[in-house]
Design a binder for this molecule. Sequence first.
Ligand SMILES: *Cc1c(COP(=O)(O)O)cnc(C)c1O
Length: 379
Amino acid sequence: MYKPVVDFIHNLYGTDELVPLHVPCFIGNEKKYLNECIDTTFVSSVGKFVDRFEEMLVDYTGSSKAVVCVNGTNALHMALLLVGVERDDEVISQALIFIATANAISYIGAHPVFIDVDRDTMGLSPEKLEKWLLASAEMKDGCCYNKKTGRRIKACVPMHTFGHPVKMTELVRICNQYHIELVEDAAESIGSFYKGQHTGTFGKIGVISFNGNKTITTGGGGILLFKDPELGVYAKHLTTQAKVPHRWEFIHDHIGYNYRMPNINAALGCAQMENIERYVENKRETAAVYKDFFAGLSIDFFTEPKDCISNYWLNAVLLSNKSERDQFLEYTNDNGVMTRPVWGLMNKLPMFENCETDDLVNTSWFEERIVNIPSSVRL
Ligand SMILES: *Cc1c(COP(=O)(O)O)cnc(C)c1O
């Protein structure tokens, strides 16, 4: 029954072999810059590519400061520390999210609260968030507290699922009203814009990942985007062992982290960034082709929300129900096309099964229907 899908995708990617979900694309200066690192011996924590990569991200996203990290997960950890999340605080996020976000919250000893997503974005629902806060939160001395647990609600981490921007205007308004710090998990959304502004630049901090399966890669890597450049300077300090600059003395003024991206990874990132516009354009073309094709089969293809330009990092179809989803997964994976269901919901994992949630109606609806299909750049 799904043979046309398999044939179409093999044809789209011009191969009879396995079509993976998302693989990197190296068509520019990657080898040249990597060789430069080796020739100069600057492969590690010092080198010009780190600064250059950060500048390229500032230019491209319009943020006022960018600080690279070893990966997106520790960039999220750092972001939560920087906005002041402490042990026993609560941090609001989505149940439909990648494990990294919930893990980063847990590293601090804070507790995630999982709120439902919207049907038109697959990301955190402002309406559901507001509803939950109205029922569950109270303000004391300028801070927001959970009435039931007594814990402070310190931050909120929405995610731009598969590159589709969430409703940032509303989320910013709600978080401001409740004095909750907003950190955007923009791990998947480089090249995605909400009302003309790059994702990851609405909250106090935004995080992008450059893991091997993302739109561009540094091998492993992540970046923090800042509204406030001063906070960025402090982030750089904390991610480099909080070492106070001195010609020879080892002085450290905080508990620091070794979270800084090595030059060799940043070199790869610079070469990748030189082609970011081509990549995003190409991914959007692929999405348009998929959209037409699936319309002909009466399979629902997820398209970018209103007022948004999405990078279509991972394309998604929505099957009618769980059994059709499972048939689709089985047929495509049996026949050389890699497809995947959405991540298991956070509140069903043993580490997070006791976390507070709202009704998660849309989240559960998506869980039974989403299938991601091959989405690599085709150049
Ligand atoms: C990839 C990803 C991360 C983590 O990034 P890594 O670089 O793999 O550590 C975090 N959140 C989301 C939503 C992601 O997709």
